[in-house]
Structures are given as C-alpha cells and as structure tokens.
Design a protein around this ligand. Structure first.
Ligand SMILES: Cc1cc2nc3c(=O)[nH]c(=O)nc-3n(C[C@H](O)[C@H](O)[C@H](O)COP(=O)(O)OP(=O)(O)OC[C@H]3O[C@@H](n4cnc5c(N)ncnc54)[C@H](O)[C@@H]3O)c2cc1C
Length: 507
C-alpha cells in the first residue's frame, strides 16, 4: 500500500446521493477501502426526484445491476423524453426526446437537411424523424438499440423510479459489499489545526467518526462543506427564479406513458412522472409571483387522479457551491447545489461527481492540482446545465403573466447568448464533449420553443433535391415500420419487470 493511501472514507447522508456514492466506491475499490455512511433517521431524506436521463444506465451497468430487477424494486418505468406543454406559447407542445433525430449525412448534421427541405416547401416537423417521439406518443416501448436491418438508431431511454426505493436498493447493494451504516446525527465537525482538513465527526451520542476523506451528501444544508468548511454558495436566482416546490403523488390514470410531462403554469411549471403504482406530481414555482396556497391549489386541481398523500412543501435557492472539493471534503447531491428538475439532472450530477472522484481519487494529502481539476470540471458541467435550463424560460413567447414576461426579457449568460445567436443565423450548434446536453437536445428545445434559424448549412446542396427527399422519406418509412412492431409500454413492463403489487403485475 502507498504511504499516504486513503484507508477510511466517511459519507454523511443516506439519500440517493449518499448511497450512490457508497455503492460506486465499494464496487470500484472493493474491500481495500473502509467505507462508513452516517445518516440520521430523525432528519430523513428529501424523498422526491423520480426522473432520470440515459447516462444512468452506465452507472447501473458499472454496478452490475440487473435492469429488470432494479425496475421491479423501484416501481420503475421507461422514459423516452420530456413533453413540454405551454412553454413557447399557451397551447404549444413539443418533446425533448432522447437519442438522435434522423441520421446525419456525411459530415453534415441531419437537421440541416430538414431545414433545407422546409425552405423548399416541405411540411414535416423535426419530430417526424424521431423514433423516440413516435414510440412515446404511441405509448410503446421495447429495448431496441438499432432498428433492425437499418443504420437508424432504435430507442434511447432513461427511467422514472421512486428515488427513495432506489436509495434503499443501493443500500442493500453497498452493505453486501461491506459498507458500514451508522445511524446518528452529526452535531460537530472537528478540523485539524495544522491544515484545516476534517479530522473527525462528532455524533449526538458522543461517538467520534474519524476518516481520511469525507463525502458531504447531507442534502440542502451541506453540513460539512458549508457548516464546517464555509466554502460559500453562488446564487443563480436572477436567472432561475423558481425557489419553491410542492410534491404530491396521485393515482395513475390513462395509459402508462413512457415520458415525463412538464406543463408551464402561471409562475412556474408542473411535472407528471408515471411510475408503476402511481404518478408523481410537483409544482415548481417562484414565490415572488404566486403564494404557497395558490400554488398548492393549482397543483391539486391539475392532478390526473385522487391524491395519495398530503402535499410536501420544499424551498430551495438555485445555484452551486463555490467549491465542490475543498481540503479532504467532496460534496455530492443536493449539498452541492440545486437546479430545478426541469431536465431531470440532479441524480445525473451525483453520478458524474462520483465518477469524477473515482478518476481523481486522491491520497491523504489531496493534491491541489487534483482538487482544482475536479472543481473546474464540476463547475463547467453545472454551468452547461444551467444555461440549458435558462433556455427553456428565456425562449418563452408568453406574455400572459408577469413571471413569463420577466423570463422572456431577462439578461442571460454570455455563453447562452452565443449559442442562440449561432443557431439563429445558420442552424449551427456546437457543444463541448464535456457538456451534458448535446446537439439534439439543444436543437429540440430551440425549435420546440420557436427559435428557427434564418438559413442552413450551405454544403447540403451537394445532394440533389430529389435525392434528399428520398433520403428523408426513407427515414420516416423505416421508423414507422419499426414502430408497428413495438409492444405497448405497459405490456413490456408487465412482461419483464412489473413490481409485485403494482397494477401491472401478473398481466
Ligand atoms: C422538488 C424536487 C424535485 C426533484 N426531482 C428530481 C428529478 O426528477 N430527477 C432527479 O434526478 N433529481 C430530482 N431531484 C433531486 C433529488 O430529489 C435529490 O437529488 C435526491 O433524491 C436526494 O438528494 P440527496 O441524497 O443529496 O439529499 P437528501 O435526500 O436530502 O439526503 C440527505 C441525507 O443526509 C442526512 N443528514 C443530513 N444532515 C445530517 C446530519 N447532521 N447528521 C447525519 N445525517 C444527516 C439525512 O438524514 C439524509 O440521509 C429533485 C429535488 C427536488 C427538491
């Protein structure tokens, strides 16, 4: 063993973030690390958060989870995208689907051919070329990487699941790999005099928990990173003003949709997330424009079925910690910052943070170069997601309430202005490989909310009009044929991964 090798890792917090971190470290390091997780049943977890994005498959695969078993134990369903209602204008609807729309032709992205076709009189929507979109609206699903006998992508998917059950599932997994769980409340954090590193935690029952490396997964409070190390918070409320949420589950109604629905309301938006046994609902809003009572009434009136619990009221400030890694403490989960769940990015950010930590896993000294690199990557990732979420608000054409008027008129970050200007002129989208949301995501949200480019890539004219139309038509035909072979989402779940006790079991 190296002289300064980390031997003992202490995780504070047993929500989704804490148990994801424990599972990943235990799987990667085996028994070479002594991992302890401290959580307080009195404080509890936040218990909401049910929609994910496709990279979660990588995380689950790394752990070696059986996908059907995981879905069964978390009441999970499949997710092909997010439908956005009333975001551009009232009555508008579009979907941000996962996966690629159409298929690039040589070096020129697909959407330039679609744009050219429109200029030449074509009438098809962008989504006429999205297989995910077609399957979503037909309420169909199957695991299909490629469309058979074609070069076209099949379905790209993520999951909806109960985040509390997911944490419980990962707890079982981690404990089997030797992670120790301690029930208790951290009441003090003792720093070392010589370098300000965390030396040990003091629990309410006077137990001392020493460690070499500490992961702060303690939720919004940030017990270590803010409570003890006081690293500060960067507030993004001026760009993302929503600061409250109300969550309430209700009985399922109608067909089992393989997508999330996000409906813009008067001062925020409502999510609907279909699980096997219920629908998760929430209203995210800004308290400067609507009272808590009005927001709760609005949510309860918009439920698809009878509520199954009392509404839960949550408060937050959008932004991020100034440092994600400081001294011997790394922050993950809600403790690291918060952006509203419009694009289901929180759980992904935990996953990305843990993966980054594994790549930069330190020794007891925590080299400043490693710490700086971790922080640089984490900040870059947070800011890319921030810009993408602001885009949804800023591109609104709604003027029916003060909230939407203010969103449409707000000054946005320079990085976002450049992306919109580039797309507006010739339909170009560039993104860094480290950015989470790639070309197809930006494309669908910009087009979906009415930002259409003035022109398109000049080199599309290397293809004759007739050939281009034939190419486009072939994509539609192949996708439509494949769609007819797909089972219904509910039937697929019933056949593979229905949870005992859910309405889909035993069908
Ligand atoms: C309204 C809302 C909607 C969301 N929707 C989504 C979504 O659709 N998709 C998505 O990816 N994410 C979503 N999220 C995020 C998601 O809920 C959370 O990321 C996740 O479920 C829980 O995060 P966590 O583990 O960081 O914190 P928590 O669940 O709050 O867990 C904190 C843990 O720390 C422990 N703790 C705290 N203080 C102490 C102490 N002093 N001593 C000991 N233990 C302590 C607690 O007991 C608990 O175990 C949403 C969040 C909100 C607020």
């Amino acid at each position: 063993m190296q002289k300064n090798a980390i031997q003992k890792v202490v995780i504070v917090g047993g929500g989704t973030a804490g148990w994801m971190a424990a599972a990943m470290l235990a799987k990667t390091a085996g028994r070479s690390l002594d991992i302890t997780l401290v959580e307080s049943d009195d404080i509890g977890t936040i218990g909401v958060g049910e929609a994910t994005i496709p990279p979660i498959q990588l995380f689950n695969n790394h752990l070696g989870l059986d996908e059907d078993d995981f879905l069964r134990k978390t009441m999970g369903t499949f997710k092909l995208g997010i439908q956005f209602d009333n975001w551009g204008r009232k009555g508008d609807s579009y979907m941000h689907t996962f996966g690629r729309v159409g298929r690039d032709l040589g070096a020129i992205p697909f959407h330039h051919y679609w744009l050219r076709s429109l200029k030449e009189g074509g009438k098809d929507s962008l989504w006429d070329y999205s297989f995910n979109h077609k399957a979503a609206y037909a309420n169909k699903f199957a695991r299909m990487l490629k469309i058979k006998n074609s070069p076209l992508d099949g379905l790209t998917y993520a999951f909806h699941f109960d985040a509390t059950l997911y944490a419980r599932y990962l707890r079982d997994y981690s404990e089997k790999l030797g992670v120790k769980r301690i029930e208790g409340k951290v009441v003090d954090v003792i720093l070392r005099g010589e370098d300000g590193f965390i030396d040990h935690l003091l629990l309410e029952n006077s137990a001392e928990i020493p460690g070499d490396l500490f992961l702060d997964c303690s939720g919004f409070k940030g017990v270590l990173i803010e409570g003890a190390l006081k690293t500060g918070y960067e507030d993004w409320s001026h760009w993302l003003p929503c600061n409250r949420a109300i969550a309430v589950p209700c009985e399922s109604a109608g067909p089992l949709k393989p997508y999330t629905v996000s409906t813009a309301l008067t001062a925020g938006w409502q999510w609907r997330i279909p699980l096997q046994h219920r629908t998760g609902n929430g209203h995210v809003y800004c308290s400067d424009y609507i009272s808590d009572d009005e927001a709760a009434d609005m949510l309860l009136q918009n439920l698809d079925g009878p509520p199954l619990a009392d509404p839960r009221f949550l408060r937050f400030t959008t932004g991020r910690r100034k440092k994600f890694w400081h001294k011997n403490c790394i922050v993950l989960g809600l403790a690291s910052g918060f952006m509203e769940p419009l694009e289901s990015t929180s759980i992904h950010l935990f996953q990305a943070g843990i993966t980054r930590l594994v790549k930069l896993f330190p020794d007891k000294k925590c080299s400043q170069a490693d710490v700086d690199e971790y922080n640089r990557q984490a900040i870059y990732e947070f800011e890319g997601i921030r810009d993408f979420i602001i885009l949804h608000y800023h591109l609104t054409q709604r003027t029916d309430t003060d909230f939407w008027r203010d969103c449409g008129q707000m000054e946005v970050p320079e990085s976002l202005k450049q992306k919109m200007a580039l797309f507006r002129s010739n339909g170009r989208i560039f993104w860094d490989t480290m950015e989470l949301f790639a070309e197809n995501s930006w494309l669908q949200v910009m087009v979906g909310q009415g930002l259409m480019p003035h022109s398109y890539h000049a080199l599309t004219h290397q293809v004759k009009s007739d050939n281009m139309e034939e190419y486009l038509e072939n994509i539609r035909i192949i996708q439509d044929r494949a769609l007819s072979t797909l089972p219904l989402h509910r039937d697929f779940i019933a056949g593979h991964c229905s949870a005992p006790g859910s309405s889909l079991a035993g069908q």
